[in-house]
Unconditional design. Structure first.
Length: 202
């Protein structure tokens, strides 16, 4: 059976576990936690995104789906990749409002930009982001297309943790971690070779 959709993965998790006492809602939770683990560990091209952020009162709002920053670029007269500074250092160097933006720092849900380029200026944000989770309405994801094994192994890990079978949870957890490490290694190799990580149906 192909594992291409939400229903495929839910059925596979319960079939592989050979348990009839696990509800559909619990399997949804196992899938959700599997995705959370993947987002904590993976940094692959399929997770990358670019967005234009508009400056207002010296700050921009961090994207709601932000996971980790790759690059923040001021799209001014002279395009500049901004350098991150801790807040205290940022305050110390941000003394000239006429200076070209060079630095940024985070406070809460905002990035503050050095200098004062004016409202309406734009920054190009290149970042890793969260994507919509696998659900009954969002029936496939980039991770499922790339590695149904990750969902299967991760789902079984959390199923066995739920039923307090630590040996089986450790077994499937080990296979899940190896699958994520494999995905990251493929992405890293593609990065070094100057290509992109392809998505293949299984």
């Amino acid at each position: 059976m192909a594992l291409n959709t939400y229903n495929d993965i839910k059925a596979a998790i319960t079939q592989w576990a050979e348990r009839s006492d696990i509800s559909s809602g619990l399997v949804d939770q196992f899938i959700y936690m599997t995705e959370a683990d993947a987002y904590q560990q993976l940094r692959v091209p399929a997770m990358e995104f670019q967005a234009l952020l508009t400056l207002e009162q010296g700050r921009v709002v961090i994207p709601f789906d932000f996971l980790e920053l790759r690059r923040l670029t001021w799209e001014g007269t002279n395009e500049t990749v901004l350098q991150y500074l801790p807040w205290d250092q940022f305050v110390a160097v941000n003394t000239d409002p006429s200076a070209t933006p060079m630095y940024f720092s985070r406070q809460g849900a905002n990035w503050f930009i050095s200098g004062d380029p004016g409202d309406g200026q734009q920054l190009l944000c290149h970042y890793y982001r969260y994507f919509d989770p696998l659900t009954s309405t969002n029936t496939t994801t980039w991770l499922l297309s790339m590695s149904p094994q990750a969902y299967l192994f991760g789902g079984l890990k959390y199923l066995y943790e739920y039923v307090m079978d630590q040996d089986r949870a450790a077994y499937w957890g080990n296979k899940f971690d190896k699958e994520l490490n494999k995905l990251q290694a493929i992405a890293d190799l593609a990065e070094h070779r100057g290509s992109s990580l392809s998505v293949k149906s299984i």
